[in-house]
Ligand binder design. Structure first.
Ligand SMILES: Nc1nc2c(c(=O)[nH]1)N[C@H]1C(S)=C(S)[C@@H](COP(=O)(O)O)O[C@H]1N2
Ligand SMILES: [Mo]
Length: 201
């Protein structure tokens, strides 16, 4: 923030530090909904979250057990490939580090899979080390179904298509397997700071 803008009083909106906005993005105050299909509505008593694939034994938590895992509340900026960014969004969820505790794997990639069939692929390094959560609260309230409730993956360092809504599990893989949008022309990694929007970027 420049010292000059601090001198103004009664500005209708707070200043946005331009260093927080990735190239080609603009900020929004609303929360657009972008879904490739209808919003699935899985009853919580049929919901579970599973870690499978390159593991000795798959692990699965029913909803009540998932809520009992230690959670974190984080405030992060999110960036959509369609060019909107939303700053200071607050989420509560379980970090992927917590979900992978005690799991021994040779995997270098994960595929997140969802109710409704959506998938997205990520390097394991992009979802560990405090970089990703399975979030079930937004702004203190249960996550709206339109935004991925009961739970969605949240990977704020990458474009929001990596933040799989209605996520039900992670499959750990040795090799990288392009997901729904990655197979359709979106960039395989999707780093907003490098403007990795499409294959050709
Ligand atoms: N399951 C699922 N997750 C998804 C999508 C989807 O169609 N299905 N769309 C992705 C895309 S392209 C974006 S931009 C964000 C949008 O999240 P929002 O609707 O909460 O803004 O969700 C991502 N996660
Ligand atoms: Mo998107």
């Amino acid at each position: 923030m420049s010292p000059i803008s601090r001198g103004f009083r009664g500005r209708p909106r707070r200043d946005v530090d331009p260093a927080r906005i990735p190239p080609g993005q603009y900020t929004v105050n609303d929360f657009p909904v972008l879904s490739a299909g209808p919003t699935p509505r899985t009853p919580l008593d049929e919901w579970s979250f599973t870690i499978q694939g390159e593991v000795d034994r798959p692990v699965s938590w029913p909803w009540a057990d998932f809520l009992a895992l230690s959670s974190e509340t984080i405030t992060v900026d999110i960036h959509c490939v369609t060019k909107w960014s939303k700053l200071d969004t607050t989420w509560t969820g379980v970090s992927v580090d917590t979900l992978l505790e005690g799991i021994d794997t040779e995997a270098a990639y994960v595929t997140a899979w969802c109710d409704g069939g959506y998938t997205t692929n990520l390097p394991l390094d992009d979802v560990t080390g405090g970089r990703a959560w399975v979030a079930y609260r937004f702004g203190g309230d249960p996550l709206d179904p339109e935004h991925g409730g009961p739970a969605r993956l949240l990977v704020p360092r990458l474009y929001l298509w990596k933040s799989a809504k209605w996520v039900r599990g992670l499959t750990l893989t040795l090799e990288d397997r392009p997901g729904f949008w990655e197979a359709a022309g979106y960039h395989n990694r999707g780093d907003p700071w490098a403007e990795q929007r499409y294959w050709s970027d």
